[in-house]
Structure formats: structure tokens, C-alpha cells
Design a protein around this ligand. Structure first.
Ligand code: NA7
Length: 294
């Protein structure tokens, strides 16, 4: 028997994860703050819950994937949150990108109710979520992971067990730092060559034929050259993640000078944008002088 699954958060990532859980044959209960984002999943057979508490009451495995720490606080600890209705013996899988400390608190709260907890932030973007090829960075007990592997396999292709709760988010924040700084470095290099009169495409062609080749830049480099920034990994979320990485670094006393400089670029672009854009839109920092003055 496949476990009954609850999914809280049907954003860019959660929605396709829900579609893949249904495809894999799980009985699925969903909740999203904006209920209409779940309409098509309900049409495909998901049950709609009125609150996160109701999701928890209906599910053996409860997955949460919402924006940021305040959103996780609200869906877990809110008056009608998961912890108000968790079934003893169930497992909470928290897949948002948040702080290691928040996950440790959530793990303790789940344990106090006789449930298990796993942090499992994801990488792979909307593309990976749609294809069911996400990669999970897992922190928690190996035995808990074993229990939910069939559920993870409906949404992802790989998972890494990185240690106790906290290790998964630590690696996730470090990963996003790497992705951000890489794209930011390419945007700087692009600004340099284009100002010198060399087409940006030439830089991308040579870069992608070199030792420095990066699959990420196949995608993000092309977006920057076209100046089209439909969000796959929204800039607002990368801005949040770099902030969380810098907070963690402050706690640990680790200097992150490139990440700090890069966050300033995200800050300026975020302040100047009126619509939701991909984080590769950080390239507009150089393209539009008005962004720098913002
Ligand atoms: P999205 O597409 O911005 O979706 C965010 C989701 O979080 C969406 O379902 C939101 O509901 C929900 N949300 C945001 N704030 C709240 C509060 N306060 N309470 C309840 N629900 C909330 O993000 P992604 O799907 O790309 O990413 C999700 C996470 O994975 C994030 O941590 C990333 O960094 C990685 P809404 O539809 O707006 O009502």
C-alpha cells in the first residue's frame, strides 16, 4: 500500500511535485494559501483540505514546500497548522529552503507528537520538478528516510543523506551560493566583453567549450543574452537564500565576501523590478544604469 501523502504549498515547485505524486498513484491531499492554485490537481484526483491541520490529519507523509521561514512557521505552528493535527507515527518532510535552526525546531516539535521529521530541500528548479528529477538534500534519521523513499522517488531522481537535521539546509544554502556567484560572475564577464564591443554570444560559446563549462550557464547565459527572465528560480527566492547563507555564515564566523557582494547586486535589482523575474535578471544591474542607482 502506498502511503497517503499531504502536500502543503503549490507554488512553482510544489505544484509539479503534486502532479507527479498523483501520477505515481499516491492518495494526495493538498492545501495552498491561494486555494485556486490547486484546482487542476483536484480535477486530477487530489483532495483539497481547508487547512494545513486537515492535511496532517489525512496523511501518513506530510510534505511542506513554501517560500520562506515565516511561511514555514505559519503552516507548521499556526493555529490551523500541521502540528495542530499531526497523526502519531506520521512523517513530516520539510522541503522549503529555510535555516538549519528552524528545521531543528520543527524536528523537535514533530518528535514531541510521536512523529518523525526529515528536512529535504530540493535542487533542480521547475524543470526538475516537472520531470520528476529533483535532487533532495536530506537531513534526519536514516530509518525515516527509508520510510519515505518511495514518496521521494515519485518526485525526484536522487537523494543525498547528508547527516542529522540541519545538514540538508546547510548544503542547500551552500549550493545556492555557488549557483548565484557563478551566474553573477558570468554577468560581470558579459558586461566587460559587450562594453568592449565583443558579442556576448562569443563569450558564452568559448566558455561552454572550455574547462569552465557549466550546464547552468547553458540556461542562464542564454536568458541573459536574450534579456528574457521568465522565472524558473525567482530572484526574490535567491535573494532570500543568500540572506540565509550570510546569516548562517555570521553565526559560524565564516567570511563570505563574494556572496555578500553578490547579494548587493540582487538587492539593487530586486528593488528595481516591478515583476517576478528569474535570478539571472541580476545581469540587468549592468545593462541598465537606472538599476544601479535604485
Ligand atoms: P513560489 O512559487 O513562490 O511558491 C511559494 C509557495 O509558498 C506558494 O504556495 C505560496 O502560497 C506559499 N506561501 C508563501 N507565503 C506563505 C505563507 N505566509 N503561508 C502559507 N503559504 C505561503 O516558490 P517555489 O515553489 O519556487 O519555492 C518553494 C520553496 O522551495 C522555497 O523555499 C524555495 O526557496 C525552494 P500562495 O500560492 O502565494 O498563496
Amino acid at each position: 500500500m502506498k502511503p497517503t501523502v499531504g502536500l502543503i504549498g503549490l507554488g512553482l515547485m510544489g505544484h509539479p511535485m503534486g502532479a507527479n505524486l498523483l501520477k505515481a498513484g499516491h492518495e494526495l491531499t493538498v492545501w495552498n494559501r491561494t486555494a485556486s492554485r490547486g484546482d487542476d490537481l483536484v480535477a486530477q484526483g487530489a483532495k483539497r483540505a481547508a487547512t494545513p491541520r486537515e492535511v496532517a490529519g489525512a496523511s501518513e507523509v506530510v510534505i511542506t514546500i513554501v517560500s520562506d521561514p515565516p511561511a514555514v512557521e505559519s503552516v507548521l505552528w499556526g493555529e490551523s497548522g500541521v502540528f495542530a493535527g499531526l497523526r502519531p507515527g506520521s512523517v513530516v518532510v520539510e522541503s522549503s529552503t529555510v535555516t538549519p535552526n528552524l528545521e531543528k525546531r520543527a524536528a523537535a516539535a514533530a518528535a514531541a507528537q510521536g512523529s518523525e521529521f526529515l528536512e529535504a530541500p530540493v535542487t533542480g528548479g521547475t524543470w526538475g520538478a516537472e520531470k520528476g528529477e529533483l535532487v533532495f538534500m536530506v537531513g534526519g534519521e536514516a530509518s525515516t528516510l527509508k520510510r519515505v523513499e518511495p514518496v521521494l522517488s515519485a518526485m525526484g531522481k536522487r537523494w543525498f543523506h547528508l547527516g542529522p537535521v540541519g545538514a540538508g539546509q546547510t548544503v542547500k544554502l551552500a549550493m545556492n551560493l555557488l549557483l548565484e556567484v557563478q551566474v553573477e560572475a558570468f554577468a560581470e564577464a558579459l558586461a566587460l566583453v559587450t562594453r568592449a564591443g565583443v558579442p556576448g554570444q562569443s563569450l558564452l560559446d568559448v566558455m561552454q567549450s572550455s574547462m569552465g563549462r557549466s550546464p547552468l550557464l547553458d540556461l542562464k547565459g542564454a536568458m541573459m543574452l536574450k534579456g528574457e527572465y521568465k522565472p524558473s528560480f525567482p530572484l526574490r527566492l535567491m535573494h532570500k537564500d543568500l540572506g540565509l547563507a550570510l546569516d548562517l555564515a555570521n553565526q559560524l564566523g565564516v567570511p563570505l565576501p563574494a556572496a555578500a557582494a553578490s547579494r548587493e547586486v540582487l538587492n539593487a535589482v530586486k528593488g528595481a523590478m516591478t515583476e517576478d523575474v528569474d535570478f539571472s535578471a541580476l545581469a540587468t544591474f549592468w545593462a541598465k544604469p537606472s538599476v544601479r542607482k535604485a
